[in-house]
Design a protein around this ligand. Structure first.
Ligand code: URA
Length: 204
């Protein structure tokens, strides 16, 4: 059963991929080097969603592989979450020039692809990284400074957990109590605990 589900999600993602890779729905298509489709376990319980590709992601076609990605890997490793066990994507799949925040029209044009990915992967938990993805998916909750570290319900079925964007941690290196890094350390422990409990319940 697990194998059949796995291949269904993988097959659906593979079928979607060429459409996304050739997308010209918004002007970001004109300046990108590579579309960053997203990557990871197609049957992941946890889906991480960032804002949009940066320079290294644009060059490689892979999400979170530049400096922010290394920081994300550190955050995940601090609670022994292996990157390959989750799925990682972004609100927009093409790099906004100069790493500016994607605009509403760009996010609207790209969102159906992410919605399809969510439908195929069927995560139980979405972790939004930063304010852009959090506010895009949950426009009615407070900004990231207040909303990080709490669980919300997205579209009635999936849990959504906002965290600070790894780039924000790079810009704020302090580990002092109350700092973004300190708070992120607390937040990722909540994610880890949720994963343990979810897996235990699934296996029971
Ligand atoms: N920042 C993001 O939001 N996404 C990436 O893939 C890389 C950096």
């Amino acid at each position: 059963m697990q194998d059949a589900q796995q291949s269904a999600a993988q097959v659906s993602l593979d079928a979607l991929r060429p459409r996304v890779l050739s997308c010209t729905q918004c002007p970001l298509a004109e300046t990108r080097s590579n579309v960053v489709f997203g990557e990871g376990n197609p049957d992941a319980d946890v889906l991480l969603i960032g804002e949009g590709p940066g320079e290294v992601e644009d060059q490689t076609g892979r999400p979170f592989v530049g400096p922010a990605g290394q920081k994300l890997d550190d955050v995940l490793a601090s609670v022994n979450i292996a990157r390959e066990t989750v799925y990682i994507g972004n609100i927009v799949k093409c790099r906004p020039p100069g790493n500016r925040v994607p605009n509403r029209a760009e996010m609207e044009a790209c969102f159906p692809y992410l919605e399809s990915q969510i439908a195929f992967i069927k995560p139980a938990l979405i972790v939004t990284l930063g304010n852009t993805s959090t506010q895009w998916l949950m426009p009615d909750i407070p900004g990231i400074t207040k909303s990080h570290g709490s669980f919300y319900s997205w579209r009635g079925g999936i849990l959504l957990f906002p965290m600070f964007h790894p780039s924000y941690l790079l810009r704020n290196p302090s580990r002092e109590k109350g700092s973004p890094k300190y708070l992120t350390w607390l937040d990722i422990q909540k994610v880890s605990k949720w994963i343990d409990e979810y897996r235990r319940a699934k296996d029971a």
